[in-house]
Design a protein around this ligand. Structure first.
Ligand code: SAH
Ligand code: DHB
Ligand code: MG
Length: 221
C-alpha cells in the first residue's frame, strides 16, 4: 500500500469500529452535499474524538466557531448532559439554515444556539452577555482568524477550559519555508501562539483522514 492508501484504510478501520454514523449524521452530510456546501466537515473519527474530549472535560457549555452544516456540532452536542448548552458561530446564513435542519433531525436543536455573522463580532457579543464560561471551545472557521478567535475565546473561558482547533497541520504545509498562503500563515501564527502563550498548555495531534492534518488541544491554566 502507498502511504495515502494505508492512511485511508486505517481511518476506515477505526471509524468502522468506533465512529459509526447513525442516520442523522449520514443524512446531514447528504443534505449538505445537496445544498452545495463544501465537503469540509470533520471526519467521523475526529467527530468521535471531539465527543470523547467533551465528555472527558465534563463539558456543560461548549462554544464552536465554524458551524457549516452542523456535523461536528452534532457530535459535540451529543456529549452534553441534558441541561447542557452549545453556542455555534457561522458567517453564512445559508450554512446556518442547513445546520438548523440537521440539528433538529439529530434531536439536539434544543441544546444548540446558532449565531449568524462574523465570528469576531459574535464572540464580542457573547462576552457582553456575561454568561458562565465555556468549558470547551472548538475553533474551525476561517484560518486567518484563528489567533483572534483564540484571544476572544480566552475571555469566555476559565482555568481548566479546553480549546481545540481543527486543521493545524494542513497537510504539513505549516512546515514549508518561504511564502505561505494566508490560511497557512494564519495556522502557523496560531500554532506559535498556543506553543508559547503562558496561559496555555498545548499540543497538536497529527490526524489522518485520507490526508494528514492536525487537531490542537490547549488547556487554559
Ligand atoms: N465545524 C464544521 C466545519 C466548519 S467549515 C464541521 O466540522 O462540521 C468552516 C465554516 O466556517 C464554514 O461554514 C464557513 O462559512 C465558516 N466561516 C468562515 N469564516 C467565518 C467567519 N469569519 N465567522 C464565522 N464563520 C466563518
Ligand atoms: C478547509 C477548512 C476546514 O475547516 C477543513 O477541515 C478542511 C478544509 C478549507 O477551507 O479548505
Ligand atoms: Mg476544519
Amino acid at each position: 500500500m502507498t502511504e495515502p492508501d494505508i492512511f485511508s484504510a486505517v481511518d476506515g478501520y477505526i471509524s468502522g469500529l468506533f465512529a459509526r454514523e447513525d442516520a442523522a449524521l449520514s443524512c446531514a452530510l447528504q443534505e449538505m452535499s445537496a445544498a452545495g456546501l463544501p465537503e469540509i466537515s470533520v471526519s467521523p473519527v475526529v467527530g468521535k474524538f471531539l465527543y470523547m474530549l467533551a465528555k472527558l472535560a465534563r463539558a456543560r457549555r461548549i462554544l464552536e466557531i465554524g458551524t457549516l452544516g452542523g456535523y461536528s456540532t452534532t457530535w459535540l452536542a451529543r456529549a452534553l448532559p441534558p441541561e447542557g448548552h452549545l453556542v455555534t458561530l457561522e458567517l453564512e446564513a445559508r450554512h446556518a439554515e442547513v445546520a438548523r435542519a440537521n440539528l433538529a433531525r439529530a434531536g439536539v436543536a434544543g441544546r444548540v444556539e446558532i449565531l449568524v455573522g462574523p465570528a469576531s463580532a459574535s464572540l464580542r457579543a457573547l462576552a457582553a452577555r456575561h454568561e458562565p464560561p465555556f468549558d470547551l471551545v472548538f475553533i474551525d472557521a476561517d484560518k486567518e482568524g484563528y489567533v483572534e478567535y483564540l484571544d476572544l475565546s480566552l475571555r469566555l473561558a476559565r482555568s481548566g477550559s479546553v480549546i481545540l482547533a481543527d486543521n493545524t497541520l494542513r497537510h504539513g504545509r505549516v512546515l514549508d519555508e518561504g511564502p505561505l498562503d494566508p490560511s497557512a500563515r494564519g495556522i502557523k501564527a496560531f500554532n506559535e501562539r498556543i506553543a508559547t502563550d503562558p496561559r496555555l498548555d498545548s499540543l497538536i495531534l497529527p490526524i489522518i483522514r485520507g490526508d494528514l492534518d492536525g487537531l490542537s488541544i490547549s488547556i487554559v491554566l
